[in-house]
Write a protein that binds this ligand. Structure first.
Ligand code: S3P
Length: 434
């Protein structure tokens, strides 16, 4: 692939990079892609989606919806979705498979709760360990029948039907739980209100509105009214959570200059960039525009000297998926970085606090795992080591970046997980450092 990045089977070998240059576009945003598929499926008539995320997670959502009787066809780079309307889904012939995707399982469960039939939804070993009680309890309150392994884990059996509109106060900030309940609200007999403890990504609210559904937002209180969805043409912006690895690589590798085109910079997602600015990153935005309510821009990044930071409280949900790569950045920043209030990271695709702490320690970083976060002292000279992905796409990519600044060779084991959100990640990275 290149002298710096070599991929063989399930492992990648990475050497230190002396420079990084290029202009790239990122795969379509994963969160927006899941929602575009589900909302288009529930709309009346034909919607088109341009730039759908190519990863396995979004593919899981697509195959689940097809199994529920929603026709989809690829056409010249676009996906055409023949929406069946709110009442047009059919029972699937076999259990739905959400694969590794928490978003598929949680959001789709909200839709299934409103169907007049029984559904089963399951996932891989990682998804079976992730907490589902957070959607089961509120959906049961709305009137759905749900059976789960040990009361709170997949596989889920959902006996849907008529739902009651009600108010839910969420104990954890989770866009997946919020979105699950807003989608269930489309099938309810009155308004459904979700109150978030802290703001999380708001793509569902933006997209529902764009499709003509009345959604009222009053601070952290979001209310949806049951309503038909108008079919729409979606253009998906580049995924900032995927771009985060390239941004980090450009900040850390010497003599770097990278341009990323067409990135989604919705403020509930782009806090990572704001935090990096605070830490001293040289970033320039250009060409700000709006795509159906979603902010989009081009971004330029160059090698930068960083300072450690404190990241906690309401900041965490706004950069929840960027914490592994922030931890890698923190090893090179001057001073201490402390990440707190981030216990949710323990119930992602892997226990990300543990995975990051183990791998960074192997590479010689000074890192302490906290109950709800990480403490990292920088700067530390990283050395090449053998690290494991823990089956988690964001861990693979974070440690590929760590490998680019470590002395000697870094070997990452079990790299197939990168395909969950970013097929072709290593080729793309090699193209800018090679
Ligand atoms: C997502 C929300 C986040 C995030 C996940 C995608 C979404 O999860 O970690 O990758 O698309 O709604 P939580 O909202 O459960 O924290």
């Amino acid at each position: 692939m290149s002298s710096i990045i070599q991929v063989k089977g399930q492992r990648a070998k990475i050497q230190r990079a002396a420079q990084l240059r290029g202009t790239l576009s990122m795969p379509g945003d994963k969160s927006i892609s899941h929602r575009a598929l589900m909302l288009a499926a529930l709309a009346e008539g034909e919607s088109t989606i341009l730039g759908l995320a190519p990863g396995e997670d979004v593919h899981s959502t697509r195959t689940c919806l097809e199994a529920l009787g929603v026709p989809m066809t690829a056409d010249n780079g676009r996906l055409i979705v023949n929406g069946v309307g709110l009442r047009g889904l059919h029972p699937a012939a076999s259990p739905l498979d959400a694969g590794n995707s928490g978003t598929t399982m949680r959001l789709l469960s909200g839709i299934l709760a409103g169907q007049p039939f029984r559904s089963q939804i399951d996932g891989d070993g990682s998804l079976r360990r992730r907490p589902m009680r957070r959607i089961i309890k509120p959906l049961q309150r709305m009137g759905a029948g749900i059976e789960a392994h040990d009361g709170g884990f997949a596989p889920l059996t959902i006996f849907g039907g008529r739902l009651r509109g009600m108010q839910h106060e969420l104990p954890v900030a989770s866009a997946q739980v919020k979105s699950c309940l807003l989608l269930a609200g489309l099938f309810a007999d009155g308004p459904t209100t979700v109150i978030e403890p802290v703001q999380s990504r708001n793509h569902t609210e933006i997209m529902l509105r764009h499709m003509g559904v009345p959604v009222e937002v009053d601070g952290r209180r979001i209310t949806v009214l049951p309503s038909a969805l108008q079919a729409s043409d979606f253009e998906i912006p580049g995924d900032l959570s995927s771009a985060a690895f390239f941004i980090a690589a450009a900040l850390l590798v010497p003599k770097a200059r990278l341009k990323l085109l067409n990135l989604g910079v919705n403020p509930t997602r782009a806090y990572f960039l704001q935090k990096l600015k605070e830490m001293g990153a040289v970033l320039h935005w250009h060409n700000h525009r709006d795509l159906h309510g979603e902010a989009v821009a081009d971004l330029e990044v160059e090698s930068s000297e960083l300072t450690g930071a404190e990241i906690r409280g309401s900041e965490i949900p706004l950069l929840i998926d960027e914490i592994p790569i922030l931890a890698v950045l923190a090893t090179q920043a001057n001073g201490e970085t402390v990440i707190r209030d981030a216990a949710e990271l323990r119930v992602k695709e892997s226990d990300r606090l543990r995975a990051v702490a183990i791998n960074l320690s192997r590479m010689g970083a000074r890192v302490e795992e906290l109950k709800d976060g990480l403490r990292i002292q920088g700067p530390a000279a990283l050395r090449g080591a053998v690290v494991d992905s823990h089956g988690d796409h964001r861990i693979v990519m974070a440690f590929a970046v760590a490998g680019l600044i470590a002395a000697g060779e870094t070997i990452i084991e079990n790299i197939a997980a990168a395909d969950i959100s970013f097929p072709g990640f290593f080729e793309r990275l090699a193209s800018v450092v090679g």
